[in-house]
Each structure stands twice: as C-alpha cells, then as structure tokens.
Design a binder for this molecule. Structure first.
Ligand code: MG
Length: 170
C-alpha cells in the first residue's frame, strides 16, 4: 500500500472514531434529558462509527499497511436542543461525506482500484447517513420538540438496533 494511502486511511480511522465519540456525547446529552430512545439511537450510531473505523482498519492490514493511533479530538458538548443535535449530526455527516469523497479522489489519482472498491461501500453508506439524519430532523419539526410529539419519536428511535452488515453487503 502506498504511503499516501496508508496515511489517509489512518486519518480516516481517527475521523470515524471521533464520529463515534461525538455520537456518544450526543447520547449522553439525551440520557441526561431522560430521552432513552434518542440516547439509544445515538449509541447505535456510535457502534456503527466504530464499525466504520474497524472496516478501514481491517483494509489497512489486508493491504500490508500499518495502523497508527493519534489523539482523538474532544467532541463539542454544547447541545442546545433535540433538533439542534440532529442538525449537528447532519452537518457532521456532510463533513464525513466530503472526507470520503477526498479519499476517493486520492484512490483514483493513485490508481488504487481495491481502495476505490472499498470506498464505494462508504459512498453508499454516506447517502444513508445523511438521509437518516434529515428524516429525523423532518420528523422533529413535524412532531414538535416538547410533549407527546417528542415522546412518540423517543419510542420510535428506541427501536433501532445495530446489525453489522455481512461481508460484501451494504
Ligand atoms: Mg462513519
């Protein structure tokens, strides 16, 4: 594996673990509000991000590279409301999409076809990530942030479970 690609992968592993850490911070915010379902959704999101990190990690060793750990940035904790948290989630996922697109540009530039193939999975995943955050934002706006609406959404989001995709599946 080329050094440029190995370095970029290590940065992305760090970014995915940061994402996990950010969603755990959001989960803690919801736990503090007694919104168990929202908290549980964020903890599933945390697991998904760790899965992303480990998918990149596995690829590095499959291709003869080396994983190195850097410090994980402290996530912001200035969460203002239920809606605000999901707006931050959407913004963060758009940022991650731009990182994945940047990796794809690198994979094309370096003519690394295996890396491009791996990234196709992540490109599809980012479409889902942005879509699911946007859908929750829409629902919060419809249901309202207080009273029965938010209670109902809390019940709904609490049903989400983490299921790691089978190899080769999105
Ligand atoms: Mg991710």
């Amino acid at each position: 594996m080329k050094k440029s690609i190995n370095d970029a992968l290590n940065k992305q592993i760090n970014a995915e673990i940061y994402s996990a850490y950010l969603y755990l911070a959001m989960g803690a915010y919801f736990d503090g509000l007694g919104l168990d379902g929202f908290a549980s959704w964020m903890k599933v999101q945390y697991e998904e991000e760790m899965f992303h990190a480990m998918k990149f990690y596995g690829f590095v060793y499959e291709r003869g590279g080396t994983v190195t750990m850097e410090a994980i940035e402290k996530p912001g904790a200035d969460f203002k409301s239920v809606l605000h948290v999901f707006e931050e989630t959407l913004e963060h996922e758009k940022h991650v999409t731009s990182l994945i697109n940047g990796l794809y540009d690198l994979a094309v530039k370096e003519k690394d076809y295996a890396f491009q193939s791996l990234l196709n999975w992540f490109i599809d995943e980012q479409v889902e990530e942005e879509d699911s955050a946007q859908k929750i934002i829409d629902k919060i706006k419809l249901a309202g942030e207080k009273g029965p609406g938010v209670y109902m959404l809390d019940q709904e989001l609490g049903t989400r479970v983490f299921t790691p995709p089978a190899k080769g599946e999105a």
